[in-house]
Design a protein around this ligand. Structure first.
Ligand SMILES: [Zn+2]
Length: 173
């Protein structure tokens, strides 16, 4: 029992290109960073909802990406932690705060317009076999995913199969 985190089909297929999990991207300093999420592209303002029942772990006061208006909410679900990012801080629901229980499908916030004029949900998953901050810039060891410079906690998961269960990828063909 679970559902997709958006009420719409993403405008682009998250199996391909730079928006897929594992895509290699060049950072400003020239180093390579491996994409740690699936990007679900949709219009700014699109509602984001909880994929399953869970407990809110954190609603960080600082942006997910420094120097932007792209914020995040971290929710502990039964078998994983979900980090819902690039959302609008001003639209975060009043019932979304650390320690709060959320139901499947409960409103979290909306997609925030990014610097390129579009919007996307950058959705990350962790299997809860590790502890500490989800972002760990220097980490290189991962249990569930191929080697790469994700800069994330070691229990990072590829969200693609999970998301596919509720949204057949063939809808983009
Ligand atoms: Zn992303």
């Amino acid at each position: 029992m679970a559902r997709f985190p958006l009420s719409v089909v993403p405008a682009q297929n998250y199996h391909y290109g730079g928006i897929k999990f594992g895509a290699e991207r060049k950072k400003k300093d020239g180093s390579l960073r491996t994409h740690a999420a699936c990007d679900l592209v949709a219009a700014p303002g699109t509602p984001v909802v909880a994929v399953e029942w869970g407990i809110v772990l954190d609603v960080p006061k600082t942006p997910f990406i420094e120097g932007t208006k792209l914020y995040s909410v971290i929710i502990e679900h039964s078998f994983f932690i979900g980090r819902y990012t690039e959302i609008n801080r001003d639209d975060i629901g009043s019932e979304i705060y650390p320690g709060a229980t959320v139901q499947e499908g409960q409103y979290i916030s909306t997609l925030q317009r990014n610097g390129k004029g579009g919007a996307m949900l950058h959705f990350e998953m962790y299997d809860k076999s590790s502890a500490g901050y989800l972002s760990q810039p220097s980490n290189t060891k991962y249990k569930n995913v191929p080697a790469g410079s994700y800069g994330r906690r070691s229990d990072l998961m590829n969200p693609t199969p999970y998301l596919d269960q509720w949204l057949l990828w063939t809808v983009w063909l």
